[in-house]
Design a protein around this ligand. Structure first.
Ligand code: PMP
Ligand code: GLN
Length: 412
């Protein structure tokens, strides 16, 4: 399938790397018939084969709370091993609702306004597939998380982007406004934002709500990094006046609790929208990992101190890696949220971050993700020398990575 989105980016599917085709939603079958892989898989495979420290794909190298692991083990032993209800077990839907109430004063009805999904990835896919008809426009910021481009393409949508600009990766508000049209069906927001680490302030979110209202667009807000912010508070867009009725909010246990492998996510929003997404979800996975659901409900009930300590620990790790990257001569953009830090490699004379990312594990034994892969052509040009490093790793690992990167200058 060649999607309208793929056409609009002038990427010849045959010549493009698999992740480029994924970013455009084009067919992931390579010309030679093998299956394509995402940039995360490509870089993790490279890290494993070279023995490099993997600061590419974002996953923690330590597990989350022991009591959650014990709860999942106990659930398996107790026989929670068959299909869960399609929309998720009641305890977890109630815990999601209580969490939204505790942190944000949102109160989705756990019976009709919450659905448990197979990670945020499925929540994103089911939402976009539920709302987009072929030819509808979907607006995202750029850079954008890779699955947005792929799913928009699979749904036959047209992917329109508005740039985020260094150094703080806030949107160009004029370009944001200009990106809306009468065909905008969905604004796919990501806040805090992967890969840039931006956390959007109230003014930006208000403008998005105004524009979505003006164009009668829905908002799908991916907030998987909601608790990973440093010195700023995450504001769910659904809490803004006029937003709740048109917004689906998505999150996941992967980031908040460091259990990326459990693949438990959730979404909440108005009943009529949630019902449409639930219909699609039935045919994607039907239901999601039964024994993990009670354990995630337990996690969502952990005291505020858990959430505060998680963010504080991560902020400390951010600062360790940032210092090392500066020391290595790279231009560092300090993130306000997520566990990703972006650097400009241009001060080292590098102009192609994709090429560098492929060489970096061989050169210094560290893997990273090139930012242009999260972009269409214009954004790729703007971000051509940027690399993304993940800092959700143990302190010693980050220090070792920093000391290896200090030697990069001499190896170029
Ligand atoms: N959205 C964003 C912005 C992400 O970075 C990720 C990756 N962790 C996901 C969604 C996917 O989340 P999950 O692993 O829960 O499917
Ligand atoms: N979200 C993670 C990242 O951005 C990776 C998830 C994946 O491999 N798809 O690095």
């Amino acid at each position: 399938m060649t999607s309208p989105a793929a056409k609009s980016q002038h990427l010849p599917a045959g010549d493009a790397a698999p992740w480029q085709r994924a970013a455009t939603g084009a067919n992931l079958l390579s010309p030679d018939g093998t299956l394509g892989v995402t940039i995360f898989e490509e870089m993790t495979t490279l890290a494993v084969s070279t023995g490099a420290i993997n600061l590419g794909q974002g996953f923690p190298d330590e597990d989350g709370p022991a009591e959650m692991k014990a709860a999942a083990q106990a659930a398996i032993t107790a026989g929670a091993n068959q299909y869960a209800p399609g929309k998720g077990i009641p305890e977890l839907r109630e815990a999601v609702s209580a969490h939204q109430q505790r942190f944000y004063r949102l109160a989705p009805d756990p019976h009709s306004e919450v659905v448990i999904t197979t990670g945020a990835t499925e929540a994103i896919a089911a939402s976009l597939l539920a709302f987009i008809q072929p030819g509808d426009e979907v607006l995202t910021f750029e850079p954008f998380y890779d699955s947005y481009g792929a799913i928009i393409g699979l749904a036959g949508g047209v992917h329109v982007t508005a740039p985020l600009l260094a150094p703080d990766f806030m949107p160009d508000m004029d370009r944001l406004e200009a990106a809306f049209s009468s065909r905008t069906r969905v604004v796919m927001l990501n806040n805090p934002h992967n890969p840039t680490g931006a956390v959007f302030p109230r003014e930006v979110l208000s403008r998005i709500v105004e524009l979505a209202d003006k164009h009668d667009a829905l908002i799908v807000s991916d907030e998987v990094y909601e608790h990973l912010t440093f010195g700023v508070r995450h504001i769910p867009i659904a809490t803004l006046p006029g937003a709740a009725e048109r917004t689906i909010t998505i999150s996941s246990a992967g980031k908040t609790f460091s259990f990326t492998g459990w693949k438990i996510g959730w979404l909440s929003g108005p009943e009529r929208l949630v019902a449409a997404i639930r219909t699609v979800k039935q045919f994607l996975s039907y239901s999601s990992g039964t024994p993990f659901q009670g354990a995630v409900a337990l996690g969502l009930g952990l005291p505020d101190s858990f959430y505060e300590e998680t963010a504080a620990t991560l902020q400390h790790k951010r600062d360790i890696l940032a210092a090392g990257l500066r020391e290595a001569g790279l231009g560092v953009y300090l993130p306000q949220g997520t566990y990703f830090i972006n650097v400009d490699t241009a001060p080292l004379g590098i102009s192609d971050a994709v090429e560098l990312a492929r060489k970096l594990p061989h050169l210094v034994g560290v893997a990273a993700i090139p930012v242009p892969v999260f972009c269409h052509a214009e954004g790729a040009e703007r971000t051509r020398s940027l690399l993304r490093f993940a800092f959700c790793k143990q302190q010693g690992v980050l220090e070792e990575a920093a000391s290896r990167l200090a030697g990069l200058r001499d190896k170029l």
